[in-house]
Design a protein around this ligand. Structure first.
Ligand code: NAP
Length: 262
């Protein structure tokens, strides 16, 4: 089968890519830029079955371009894994003027899925699997203005958590109007990766990460299960955490959608 995966040269995405390649699938990896390719090839140990595409996902123009390139090269996509993500140490802003975690974590999955829709629609029953985070079923509401430009930046539990909640709400909105494709949001659980070793982690969580966070193969396994486990095959617009589907009751209004995408 043919899968597109973002952020596949490190952490959870790398382990998922290795697993999919071992099973003989064809992969289209979206890397930030061409300079990442050597590291990706070394980490994967092969280029067989892999096409490389490049886009800084925070830039709307590069997103549109990469989607065009994929459409020029591939005739069909059986699954899109939106896995790339950012955990930031301070507020920075994208070219479009949005807080960077919102720009990278929430918007590209939605835009990529839409742009690749003709290829996903050509598969027998395609899926879009999005890497979310823990605790999103406990979120009660989304403040779009705060999401785009936070008044006070809080590491991890502030803009990052909000951006992942926004991701799930956006993708569930898409799921409701696109029943032909299965949309699944999945929490990979806590994993020791570049992201959780970086300066975006709150200091109090570092000892816990060192002691208890799993290897990224664990997170990759959870994403893989979300895509392929028979129990999830008939469901769309779902959020899986701890291996179970948990209800997200918040729905995006059209006004909120427009405000988010503006
Ligand atoms: N690790 C955890 O405990 C945990 C828990 C919950 C959710 N997650 C989610 O899991 C996913 C994978 O993260 P990870 O833990 O495996 O960390 P990671 O190794 O840092 O992977 C993140 C990937 O996203 C890519 N990326 C970030 N910003 C990008 C941009 N603007 N354009 C293109 N690519 C970009 C990174 O590429 P570069 O190397 O070029 O930056 C990297 O390949 C993320 O969505 C994360 O939010 C992780």
């Amino acid at each position: 089968m043919k899968f597109i995966l973002s952020g596949g040269h490190s952490g959870i995405g790398l382990e998922l890519s290795k697993k999919l390649l071992r099973e003989g699938h064809q992969l289209g990896l979206i890397l930030r830029h061409e300079g990442r390719q050597a590291a990706a090839v070394e980490a994967l140990g092969t280029t067989e079955g892999v096409d490389f595409f490049y886009a800084d996902l925070s830039k709307r123009s590069e997103l549109a371009k990469v989607a065009e390139e994929i459409q020029g090269k591939w005739d069909r996509v059986d699954g899109l894994f939106n896995n790339a993500g950012l955990l930031a140490e301070k507020a920075t802003y994208s070219e479009q003027g949005n807080e960077m975690q919102f720009e990278v974590n929430a918007l590209p999955p939605y835009f990529l899925a839409q742009a690749l829709r003709p290829l996903l629609d050509r598969a027998e029953r395609a899926f879009v699997v999005n890497t979310a985070t823990s605790g999103l079923h406990r979120q009660k509401a989304l403040d779009v203005a705060e999401l785009k430009r936070p008044k006070k930046f809080v590491k991890l539990m502030g803009s990052y958590l909000n951006s992942k909640f926004a991701l799930v709400l956006l993708m569930n909105h898409l799921a409701a109007e696109w029943p032909e494709v299965r949309v699944v949001n999945v929490d990979p659980g806590p994993n020791k990766t570049k992201m959780t070793s970086g300066s975006g982690m709150p200091f109090w969580l570092v000892p816990i990460r060192n002691l208890f966070f799993a290897k990224p193969t664990a997170g990759a396994g959870k994403i893989y299960d979300a895509a392929f486990q028979p129990a999830f095959q008939d469901q769309t617009g779902i959020y899986i955490t701890g291996g179970q589907v948990k209800a997200i009751k918040v729905r995006l209004s059209e006004a909120e959608l427009v405000a988010m995408l503006r």
